[in-house]
Design a protein around this ligand. Structure first.
Ligand code: TXA
Ligand code: MG
Length: 334
């Protein structure tokens, strides 16, 4: 079992910072999901993160920074688009992929010549980054392929036996991971929809490309079709498709966007947002999927959400959770 420490306690922060500087991993809250952090400049510490998550080395990590000013230390090139996005969205759930400087270890970037940078908008994450005085490489604090944790307790359940400290910062307010935006080509590419809406990015830098979901992209080996997956099979309804009555004798859970009308026969129903608010739905998404996954069900049926704003990130996670294929083999959930 890991120690869960109050992330607002200055002594806990100092302790966690010292752990990071000593090359150990620490789980910490961000506004999106909990991260499993290590000193990004310490290759052995970063290797421990891959090992604990059972994450393949071809999937690069995001480097978290305490403020915008730090980006120039690790990015070889920050063009006008990068500066405009940093100014508008940092701290916040936007990750920028830019050309890297050599001091970032190859292990962090999976040998790519780019690095993913982000300044998280969570007081505990920022305080930890300041106290540690090192950039923190951190993936989400879940075993590779599984649903990301949005509370300290989720991290304890998933990885508690493999780590020493979890800083508790309460439930993550955004609830889905950061938007990953690649700025190394003429046209920016969104590799992963997330907490910052694509529309809001386009309002700052103009048109961006959003590749078709489910197709692994060469620039982000980590964006695999099957990801964020519960153990119980997930079936995603088509938009507008009526919610069917489950077959008699089957234990089926329903994940619905808003309170469902007149449905019967479900063993459990989880509602993402009583008022139909996409932000609230995102904040509840992973915890709801996890509860359904633990309810002893045969299947989880999922109602789609509108695909605008943060709804795009929610649908991306739901499609991946429902995907049956898994490429390559290392992405199989365990
Ligand atoms: O919200 C978040 O981003 C959370 C919190 C902890 O900050 N972190 C997170 O990390 O979701 P992770 O490792 O689960 O996802 C990072 C994504 C992966 O899809 C990875 O492939 C991509 O970012 N990525 C990282 N470095 C990259 C690079 N140099 N080029 C392209 N994609 C990169
Ligand atoms: Mg992840």
């Amino acid at each position: 079992m890991a120690k869960i420490l109050d992330g607002t306690d200055p002594r806990a922060l100092q302790y966690a910072a010292a752990e990071l500087r000593a090359g150990r991993v620490v789980a910490f809250p961000t506004e999106t999901v909990y991260g499993l952090g290590a000193d990004a400049l310490n290759e052995r510490a970063v290797a421990a993160v891959f090992a604990i998550k059972n994450r393949p080395y071809f999937d690069p990590l995001i480097v978290h920074l305490p403020g915008r000013e730090a980006a120039a230390l690790y990015a070889a090139d920050l063009d006008a688009r990068a500066l405009a996005l940093m100014e508008r969205f940092w701290p916040g759930p936007l990750t920028l992929v830019v050309k890297k400087r050599p001091l970032i270890p190859d292990l962090v970037t999976a040998g790519l010549d780019t690095v993913a940078l982000r300044v998280p908008a969570h007081p505990v994450a920022l305080a930890l980054l300041q106290a540690a005085e090192v950039p923190i490489a951190a993936p989400s604090a879940n075993p590779f392929g599984y649903v990301s944790p949005t509370t300290a307790f989720h991290v304890q359940e998933l990885l508690g036996d493999a780590i020493g400290v979890i800083l508790d910062g309460g439930p993550c307010p955004v609830g889905v991971e950061s938007t990953v935006c690649v700025l190394t080509d003429d046209t920016p590419v969104i590799l992963r929809p997330g907490g910052v809406a694509v529309e809001d990015i386009e309002a700052v830098i103009g048109r961006v490309v959003v590749p078709v979901t489910m197709r692994p992209d060469a620039r982000s080996p980590g964006t695999l079709p099957r990801h964020y997956s519960p153990h119980v099979p997930v079936v995603l309804l088509a938009p507008g498709e009526p919610i069917p009555r489950p077959p008699a004798g089957e234990r089926v859970g329903l994940l619905s966007f808003t309170p469902p009308l007149g449905v019967e026969g479900y063993t459990v129903v989880e509602v993402l947002s009583p008022t139909g608010d996409l932000r609230q739905a995102a904040a509840n998404l992973f915890a709801a999927l996890r509860r359904l996954d633990r309810a002893g069900l045969d299947r989880i049926l999922v109602e789609p959400v509108p695909e605008n704003g943060i709804g795009r990130a929610i649908m991306d996670r739901l499609r991946r959770a429902a995907a049956r294929v898994s490429l390559p083999e290392t992405a199989e959930k365990t």
